[in-house]
Design a protein around this ligand. Structure first.
Ligand SMILES: Cc1cc2nc3c(=O)[nH]c(=O)nc-3n(C[C@H](O)[C@H](O)[C@H](O)COP(=O)(O)OP(=O)(O)OC[C@H]3O[C@@H](n4cnc5c(N)ncnc54)[C@H](O)[C@@H]3O)c2cc1C
Length: 411
């Protein structure tokens, strides 16, 4: 066996959720030769392969992984000579993403500043077209260098080849498990203006007459993310998550009207208020999953045994202490069932499930009783007490907390 391959390695410490059983084989891959050798070992022994980066977007089964885990940790960031209005930077897949962003911002290169503080490694970013605060990596990725497991060759893929869309690319859809990303090249703008497309960021700098610098925008993003537990702080249980657990549903105008009507019928909106939403290209409408989850009875800080919802962010499901994947999935199913029941929408999880492909969603999870979830049209507990009374139409109050909260739903 190769010296780089270890046996029976616990996977939980390699994930931000701190969940996952044992990997039969595990290899830290620092160069292409090691990668080829480890793949050869897996093939020779007919073992499945799992590619792991920073483990910030995975949920691994309690039984672990009975094949070879390739932990991609190659290093190197190359700042190519800048042109007047364009600077290319190539980062190895194993580089920490936020270190890369920090170095770009320090060199006054615009294009990734809003993606500050996202956990994980560079190689993980093209997989789900990582995005935050109005920026996505698809806007700046020029090419992705990857090992093609089908042809066993290294290939250079263009931005178009990756077919990026909201939280998707060929890497997590049509060509899932085919490519192992080795490095990514970005096209950034020297001394470019920071992106301030997002409401929260605009608000942060609203008092300022001068436009903020790239560094100031990075600092603001980090501060906003920290307030929501969206950067990893090892001692904070609110950070033991995979970030946003569900994608924001994208629906047609007709479906949006249906969901809004359901919300209105349950007295979840006041008369002149519309369901929080964000218009997307091609007539699609994005509904904040956080709003749906809260209104389905799962507010921030909700606890269910060893799992729960972050006290800082409704979309983050957390491992409160030594939870298992089974416990977490049971809770996830509960949330999905309630959202489906109340709004007719299926919430789609964002993290990649490993070893859980045959997991069947539980209809009525054993650790939960029906009575644990607030039935529709009943008075909600704190912090739900938003002047909503059962069976009563919500009239304009002097201060409407539903409204002041609205801008915060897409985070
Ligand atoms: C607190 C927190 C906040 C977050 N905030 C955001 C956010 O704002 N926006 C956002 O989009 N995401 C966010 N995420 C999710 C996550 O950080 C990103 O998706 C990240 O890019 C995943 O990278 P990773 O290296 O951790 O990948 P992993 O979790 O290790 O892997 C994720 C998937 O990518 C595959 N993969 C990883 N590396 C490679 C590679 N080199 N080649 C091929 N496949 C690979 C894996 O096989 C797996 O399928 C957040 C997560 C956390 C915990």
């Amino acid at each position: 066996m190769l010296s780089v391959i270890r046996e029976n390695v616990r996977l939980a410490p390699y994930t931000t959720l701190r969940i996952g059983g044992i990997a039969r084989y595990f290899a830290d891959i620092t160069d292409e030769d090691q990668l080829r050798e480890a793949l050869h070992f897996a093939e020779k022994n007919s073992l499945p392969v799992l590619v792991l980066g920073g483990g910030s977007n995975v949920l691994i089964a309690d039984v672990g992984f009975s094949g070879v885990v390739l932990h991609i940790v190659n290093e190197g960031i190359i700042f190519h000579p800048a042109q007047k209005d364009e600077a290319r930077v190539t980062a190895a897949a194993g580089e920490e993403w936020d270190k890369f962003v920090r170095q770009c911002v320090a060199r006054e290169l615009a294009g990734v500043e809003c993606l500050s503080g996202i956990p994980g490694l560079v190689g993980g970013t093209p997989i789900q077209n990582v995005g935050a605060y109005g920026q996505e990596v698809s806007e700046t990725i020029v090419s992705v260098r990857a090992f093609d497991r089908q042809t066993k060759q290294i290939t250079e893929m263009t931005n178009e080849d990756c077919r990026f869309s909201y939280r998707a690319s060929i890497f997590n859809t049509t060509e899932r498990d085919r490519y192992i990303v080795l490095s990514v090249t970005f096209k950034l703008t020297p001394h470019g203006a920071p992106s301030l497309r997002y409401g929260d960021l605009q608000k942060y700098f609203a008092e300022r007459s001068q436009s903020p610098s790239l560094q100031e925008v990075r600092d603001a993003v980090l501060a906003i993310r920290a307030s929501k537990g969206m950067i990893i702080v090892p001692s904070d249980p609110d950070c033991q998550s995979a970030g946003s657990f569900f994608k924001n549903p994208m629906v047609s105008a007709a479906k949006f009207a249906e969901v809004e009507a359901a919300a209105r019928q349950q007295n979840l909106l006041c008369e002149d208020e519309s369901l929080p939403h964000f218009a997307m290209p091609q007539g699609q409408i994005k509904i904040p999953a956080a709003w749906l989850i809260e209104k389905a009875g799962f507010p921030k800080g909700y606890e269910r045994g060893r799992v729960g919802i972050s006290s800082k962010h409704t979309l983050a499901i957390i491992n409160r202490s030594s939870a298992t994947a089974t416990e977490l999935l049971t809770f996830v199913a509960q949330i999905q069932n309630q959202v489906q029941e109340r709004f007719g929408l299926a919430l789609v999880p964002e993290p990649v499930w490993i070893g859980l492909e045959n997991h069947t969603p539980v209809t009525l999870p054993p650790i939960l009783q029906k009575s644990d979830v607030r039935p529709p049209n009943t008075e909600p507990p704190e912090p739900w007490n938003l002047s909503l009374k059962p069976g009563r139409r919500f009239r304009k109050p002097e201060h409407n907390p539903l409204k002041t909260e609205r801008k915060k739903w897409f985070e």
